[in-house]
Design a binder for this molecule. Structure first.
Ligand SMILES: *Cc1c(COP(=O)(O)O)cnc(C)c1O
Length: 427
């Protein structure tokens, strides 16, 4: 399946039934799995044999869907997690520990920022943030001897900054650490970061991959390209014996392509238990089956909306990398030539009060704390996610009091534009 086009992989990847087996992936709604002998069970616990024994660590339904996402991204191994937050935490914590340091791009999802800046700091993992536009010198200056990873988002939520993946990957590799890229917004249909040098790819599958607002979930894909043994001193968790598994060395026993995901499953899933429910994995797979078809419409609607807004007198400015005038247009042309995503950010002329009147007048676009859904939704950060801030504080955080984040769904572009046009008249 990995040699077929991405469209075919969306529909059929990850699961090939044999004769008489279900055409759709089975939902294995079972917490546990049966064995004839304790010896066989013991081999599973020693990681000497492959097999399922408890759904807190692994479940067949999840693994079918993870295998599909792995094929879509072009990776060597993948796993599902209960949420995008869990995916980013596992991806980092799999190679970091107290005393480690992370270099992160400042244009990232707010939840990821909180995770890295505050929660992981409480675990003794420090971080340095760099802007996506920093120079190579500024990026290099962020590294320390204890740096273990670089983290960024292909297209940042909600800043809509495009990461120069090749450049960040090169500097990460020059410092002997992997680049982790959150590819939630473009999905592998529009960009495959591994092809540009990223080592680990993460997802909030809650967004376009599910695409219908049904199930919270996450995924981690390993490229298999990072040579852990070549930097063995930096990654002892992968390159020295794990006492909780009779001293196996992940990078030796499971190789460069299998070590990262095996460790994250055997250690982190075992100990933190952030597994996706098999039922949610089934819903996620339904979303993936149409991902390639939906992404084209999301991107086309986003593009049409951004062009409409940028010509409107009641709109001060528009952020959308698909616009030729956007500062990230050049990077978008390189990494996302077939479309970016459906999310557009713009400033309503007249600030906070005008944006509030605009939001209240919308009829088709719904006010929601969500993005990347089949139904168009929007958010006014100044009165929702950032409502505790004054106008001055908002501007300092790079958000205008009149900023609206609009996630274009799958409806007809002319209906969405008509709704936004009538609401702008009332702003
Ligand atoms: C939503 C989001 C997350 C967090 O994912 P959840 O599934 O909500 O936990 C992480 N990264 C990006 C880019 C997101 O948009």
């Amino acid at each position: 399946m990995s040699k077929t086009s991405i469209d075919t992989r969306c529909v059929q990847g990850g699961y090939t039934p044999g004769d008489g087996e279900p055409r759709q992936i089975p939902i294995v709604q079972s917490t546990t799995f049966k064995y004839a002998t304790s010896e066989h069970m013991g081999q599973l616990f020693d990681l000497e044999a492959e097999g399922y024994f408890y759904t807190r660590l692994q479940n067949p339904t999840n693994d079918y869907v993870a295998a599909k996402i792995c094929e879509l991204e072009g990776g060597s191994a993948a796993m599902l997690t209960s949420s995008g937050q869990a995916a980013n935490f596992f991806a980092l914590f799999n190679i970091c520990e107290a005393g480690s340091h992370v270099v992160a791009c400042s244009a990232i999802y707010g939840g990821t920022y909180n995770l890295v800046q505050h929660t992981m700091a409480k675990m003794g993992i420090e971080s340095t943030f760099v802007t996506p536009d920093c120079t190579d010198e500024e990026l290099a200056a962020a590294f320390r001897p204890n740096t273990r990873a670089v983290l960024g988002e292909t297209v940042a939520n909600p800043a809509l900054a495009v990461l120069d993946i090749e450049r960040f990957a090169k500097v990460a590799h020059d410092h002997g650490v992997p680049l982790i890229v959150d590819n939630t917004f473009p999905t592998p249909v529009k960009c495959r970061p591994i092809e540009w040098g990223a080592d680990i790819v993460t997802h909030s599958t809650t967004k376009y991959m599910d695409g219908h607002g049904v199930a919270v979930g996450g995924a981690i894909v390993d490229s298999g390209n990072f040579d852990w043994m070549a930097h063995a001193d930096k990654f002892p968790g992968l390159t020295t014996p794990d006492d909780s598994y009779h001293g196996i060395v992940y990078a030796q026993k499971f190789g460069q392509g299998g070590a990262f995901i095996t460790k994250a499953t055997a250690q982190l899933m075992r100990d933190f238990g952030s597994i996706q429910s098999p039922q949610n994995a089934f819903y996620l797979n339904m979303g993936l089956e149409s991902l390639h078809v939906r992404m084209d419409r999301h991107c086309a609607n986003g593009q049409a909306m951004a062009e409409f807004l940028s010509a409107h007198p009641k709109v001060d400015s528009v952020k959308f990398p698909g616009l030729a005038s956007d500062p990230y247009h050049e990077l978008a042309s390189k990494y996302l030539p077939d479309g970016v995503c459906g999310v557009v950010s713009f400033n309503v002329a007249g600030g906070r009060a005008a944006a509030e009147r605009f939001m209240a007048a919308l009829k088709i676009c719904a006010i929601e704390t969500h993005v990347a859904d089949a139904r168009t939704c929007c958010l006014h950060p100044a009165s929702a996610t950032h409502r505790q801030m004054t106008d001055e504080e908002l501007v300092a955080a790079g958000i205008d009091p009149g900023t609206v984040r609009l996630s274009c769904g799958l409806e007809a572009a002319e209906d969405l534009i008509a709704d936004v046009a009538q609401a702008l008249e009332q702003a």
